[in-house]
Design a protein around this ligand. Structure first.
Ligand SMILES: [Zn+2]
Ligand SMILES: [Zn+2]
Length: 232
């Protein structure tokens, strides 16, 4: 069996990340990834799909997007979508209509960060998924690196620790999401589980120091990558 090491759920400067597709592809090549999936917020950036090479190494870049209703407060119900070729964001207000529009073009839809509590120390809102009446989606993000950070951190010193030891953040999917997944599987639904890095290359300043968080490289080590897959 061949293992394909993939980093799913990455943001570029086209939304709220800090790097562009080529830079992220080069980071991915450095750490030996086979593929990356870019998912910018509410924007489908055309023209970047394909292989990027450096010497005899290459990485496949796939462009999807992360869609949510920007008018909703708080801005919950984020959905990762792949295999689309047009703007589906106009359906964001209704998650079920969004899923239907993605299925119509045989795309994939994953509930992003289903459990994602607030983190007041960093002014981060609760962005958990709310609308559980939906059906016919592909799966859910059983693990999301940024969510795990929000779950494990309550004070700045903890955040600094994880900034320097990012691998210690990838422990396990939260029990809240595992319970939801179990519940859905027990009902006989096919729900594919993925792990998402939610890489943004955020830069935080601690006094005179600055440190990158959620960098594609630091969260792409094979030891913490990222593919729980379970087909029913
Ligand atoms: Zn999101
Ligand atoms: Zn995201």
């Amino acid at each position: 069996m061949e293992e394909i090491i993939t980093n799913i759920h990455i943001h570029t400067s086209y939304s709220d990340g800090r790097k562009l597709h080529r830079e992220i592809a080069e980071d991915a090549i450095k750490v030996g990834l086979d593929a990356i999936i870019i998912t910018d917020h509410n924007i489908y950036v055309k023209g970047f799909d394909g292989y990027y090479a450096r010497g005899d190494q290459k990485v496949l870049v796939i462009v999807g997007k992360e869609i949510h209703d920007k008018n909703r407060i708080p801005q919950k119900n984020h959905m990762l979508v792949m295999g689309i070729n047009e703007s589906n964001a106009r359906y964001a207000k209704s998650p079920q209509e969004l899923i239907n529009s993605i299925n119509a073009v045989h795309g994939l839809s994953f509930i992003a960060h289903p459990y994602d509590p607030e983190l007041p120390a960093f002014s981060e809102e609760d962005l958990s998924w709310e609308d559980w009446s939906i059906s016919d989606y592909t799966g859910l993000e059983l693990w999301n690196n940024l969510s795990e950070f929000k779950i494990r951190v309550s004070k700045i010193p903890q955040a600094i620790f994880y900034a320097f030891f990012p691998a210690s953040l990838a422990k396990e999917p939260p029990i809240e999401i595992r319970k939801v997944w179990d519940f859905l599987l027990a009902k006989g639904k096919k729900v594919v589980a993925i792990g998402g890095s939610d890489a943004h290359t955020l830069v935080y300043h601690f006094g005179p120091f600055k440190k990158k968080f959620f960098h594609t490289v630091t969260i792409s080590r094979p030891s913490i990558t990222i593919f729980w897959l379970k087909m029913n």
